[in-house]
Design a protein around this ligand. Structure first.
Ligand code: RIB
Ligand code: CA
Length: 314
């Protein structure tokens, strides 16, 4: 039985691959895509979601735009990593996949309340939409099976020395999610930095030889060039698709239960996820935290998704 999923994302190169994986794999029933300000403005992340779905021939999945700013604090984007468009690299044609007339919260609310079984939420951007949903419609909590998010880290950050981008963009929203009482799986930088899109990985994707494979190679190429220039890494960590990959194959990640606190006030540490791996605080665990990754299985899933979608178009 396929897992019903809603992606809440800020495409963003790695978000784009999460859309491809969710749409391609039979273990996932992709019900909807909502977008949020993060890697770029919400106007750009929404356009990018439509571009990716158009390029991959993903039809019939509603896409709705969400919040344009965090619950508190300024809007931040990551143009240094994702470019001015938020998805630099390929030259995308104008999207043919339409924008849903509803806003993200309405689409989330409608989908959660009408779907016959509880739905898994997969946020891979700032948690603004999810927090706003829980605040506006607390009754939807019983319709949420679990939340599997990309964000945070058990060790250092990437936006400040302490904070990862998604959490740093909207710490109050993240705090609300981690204290919601809902089952949360946190996939942080400590896990995602184990899946780097090195030149060998990019060559494996491009060798699939379809137009979609070429677009994916261009996305990975731009993304990895930026990570090489900014962080000196041999390839870009493909953060977000670890979420859907975990849903497809729960054995792909090694997880531990731990208490996760979001720092809201630290002058140097605001937005940090403080993960009590050794239970020194005595606080009850509130999340499954990813620590280990089956890297080969992950890349098999990614290349399999690109192959499957590309073949459907030929
Ligand atoms: O820190 C990495 C995360 O922030 C990823 O989800 C990336 O797409 C950005 O949203
Ligand atoms: Ca993202």
């Amino acid at each position: 039985m396929a897992t019903p999923v809603i992606l809440d994302c800020d495409p963003g190169h790695d978000d784009a691959f999460n859309i491809l994986l969710a749409a391609a794999h039979p273990a996932i029933d992709l019900l909807a895509i909502t977008t949020v300000a993060g890697n770029q403005t919400v106007a750009k992340t929404t356009l990018n979601a439509r571009r990716v779905c158009t390029a991959a021939g993903i039809e019939g999945v509603p896409i709705a735009a969400g919040r344009d700013r965090p619950l508190h604090g300024p809007v931040r984007v990551a143009a240094s990593i994702h470019g001015e468009s938020g998805l630099d690299g390929p030259g995308f044609a104008d999207p043919t996949v339409p924008l849903d007339p509803r806003d993200a919260l309405t689409l989330l609310h409608d989908t959660l309340l009408t779907h016959p079984e509880p739905v898994t939420l997969v946020p891979t951007g700032p948690l603004t939409n999810i927090a706003a949903l829980l605040l506006a419609y607390p009754e939807v909590k019983e319709r949420i099976a679990r939340i599997v998010l990309m964000g945070g880290s058990t060790d250092r950050g990437n936006t400040t020395p302490a904070a990862e981008f998604n959490i740093h963009c909207d710490p109050e929203a993240a705090d609300l999610v981690f204290t919601s009482g809902l089952p949360v799986t946190m996939i942080g930088l400590n896990a995602s930095h184990q899946v780097l899109a090195t030149p060998d990985v990019i060559a494996r994707v491009e060798a699939l030889g379809t137009p979609l494979a070429r677009v994916c190679g261009e996305m990975l190429g731009f993304f990895s060039d930026r990570y090489r220039e900014v962080f000196g890494l041999p390839g870009a960590p493909l953060h977000d698709p670890l979420t859907v990959a975990h849903l497809i194959d729960p054995e792909l990640l090694g997880c531990v239960r731990a208490h996760v606190a979001v720092e809201l006030h630290g002058r140097h540490t605001r937005g940090a996820t403080v993960v009590d791996l050794h239970r020194v605080t005595g606080q009850e665990p509130n999340a499954e935290v990813a620590t280990e990754v089956d890297v080969d299985r992950f890349w098999d899933l990614i290349t399999g998704a690109v192959r499957s979608l590309g073949d459907r178009q030929s």
